[in-house]
Design a binder for this molecule. Structure first.
Ligand SMILES: Cc1ncc(COP(=O)(O)O)c(C=O)c1O
Length: 446
């Protein structure tokens, strides 16, 4: 056999083997990354379907492709459910990710050179809201001039009055006025002051966009805030974090912006919009309608419990005086023990998967983002596996052993794998023929 054929065969076998090993690894770990989740088996079925091989350019009912009869039914239903779940007049399931949903909003509401106000990354902002010099999408891709919100360190939130003064100064000194205010965050512990920011935006005739990537499932469950009712012109999101759908994006808005967004989505930003994921999002929206009031409430209770137990373990959980969190996230300053990167690596070797994160004090300290002072935790995935307060106590203990008491991580990893055996099914879903991380083979190759 030629070496090319051998390489091809070996590559094929390796990818299949590594995918199985990834499943094995995840099923033995405690998943605490705040931006991920485990979708229901029905969502996984959608992702494996033929829909992922098709095109349906345009909005449902206005297609430029044939063969869309079932696709149209699915996407039309998805749009209807999205409008109902979020109380939106316009819903668009075409953005293929949260970042693409943000670019759609930047394109519909602003033009290159316009000023956009957004949170700095150490204050919780996402890189897609960021400046050109940091490689941020708003600056680099859409050419917006990004100005940061003033930040209230004590409340981990936007300082609206400070921002007003900052913008007055910008206008006085540079003659510039904001066109767009971005809300929502990647570190998102407490609801944002949407109403106050919408009031400020109105003074400039600017638009307000709320990025619900992290909190989409909590909003669907009516346990966070309601950005459209509070004054947002559009809401963007990823569909795979607290919403627990497939990796995709979505945009919600009002009837008055419908034509602007339709033009931006197609032909502007998408041709193929990943129809298997559209079906998955539609399933997730149905699950949200049925189960998320309970799911979202449990996620937030678990986040508060985890924070409380981590403090008992000797860890510095931020914002205890504010109840730690009102979302799925918990922010821990690990700098007393080590850097965030070392904490992330050590926890991973104990089977606990978290991510290092900049925390507000890093902005002043100018800490290197590769080894920030904190770690960010999210309870949405462990909650979906059926964990409750007692399990949060157990997780905090594992983390305390690794980070504070410097127990051998490989010993903890064995106990973590044992602990995980009791949590195998996806909750808050309609149908459950396979386990949460069960590997499904279609190739027949083992
Ligand atoms: C606030 C925020 N917006 C957008 C995104 C990007 O979403 P996606 O990965 O779906 O493009 C993230 C990712 O974590 C995020 O935290």
């Amino acid at each position: 056999m030629s070496s090319r054929a051998e390489k091809a065969g070996e590559s094929f076998r390796n990818v299949l083997r590594w995918m199985r090993e990834h499943h094995e690894f995840v099923s033995k770990s405690i998943p605490l990354i705040a931006s991920e989740n485990v979708p229901s088996p029905a969502v996984r079925e959608a992702l494996a379907s033929d829909l992922g091989n098709r095109y349906a350019e345009g909005y449902p009912g206005e297609r430029l492709y044939a063969g869309c009869r079932w696709i149209d039914k699915i996407e039309t239903l998805g749009v209807e459910l999205a409008k109902e779940v979020y109380g939106a007049e316009y819903a668009d399931l075409r953005p293929i990710s949260g970042v693409m949903a943000n670019i759609s909003a930047y394109t519909a509401f602003a033009k290159p050179g316009d000023v956009m106000v957004a949170l700095a990354v150490p204050h919780g902002g996402h890189i897609s809201h960021g400046k050109h010099e940091w490689g941020g999408t708003a600056g680099l891709v859409r050419g917006l001039q990004v100005e940061r919100y003033e930040f209230d360190y004590e409340r981990m939130n936007i300082d609206v009055d400070g921002t007003r003064r900052r913008l007055e100064q910008l206008e006085r000194e540079e003659g510039k006025r904001p066109r767009l205010f971005m809300l929502g965050a990647s570190v998102f512990l407490f609801p944002h002051p949407v109403k106050e920011v919408a009031g400020l935006a109105a003074e400039y005739g600017a638009k307000v966009v709320y990025d619900a990537a992290h909190v989409a499932g909590l909003i669907a469950g009516k346990r966070f805030q309601d950005p459209l009712r509070e004054g947002a012109d559009a809401v963007t999101m990823s569909t795979h974090k607290t919403l627990a759908g497939p990796q995709h994006g979505m945009l919600l808005s009002w009837k008055r912006y419908e034509e602007d967004f339709k033009r931006v989505m197609f032909p502007g930003l998408h041709s193929n919009h990943h129809l298997h994921a559209v079906a998955g999002v539609t399933i997730a929206l149905a699950e949200a309608m049925a189960f998320y009031e309970e799911y979202a409430a449990r996620i937030i209770e678990n986040a508060k419990s985890l924070a409380e137990f981590l403090v008992e373990e000797g860890l510095d959980v931020l914002y205890g005086e504010l109840g730690f969190t009102e979302s799925h996230q918990v922010l821990v300053d690990v700098s007393r023990y080590m850097g965030g990167r070392d904490a992330e690596l050590l926890l991973e070797s104990a089977g606990i998967i978290v991510n290092r994160n900049l925390i507000p004090k890093d902005y002043k300290l100018k800490t290197d983002h590769r080894n920030p002072s904190g770690i960010r935790l999210g309870t949405q995935e462990v909650t979906r596996l059926g964990m409750e307060r007692e399990e949060m106590r157990e997780i905090a203990r594992f983390m305390g052993r690794v980070l504070v008491r410097k127990d051998d991580p490989s010993r903890v990893a064995r106990e973590v794998a044992e602990f995980r055996k009791s949590y195998r099914k996806v909750r808050y879903a309609f149908a459950n023929a396979v386990e949460a991380y069960e590997y499904i083979t279609l190739s027949g190759h083992s």
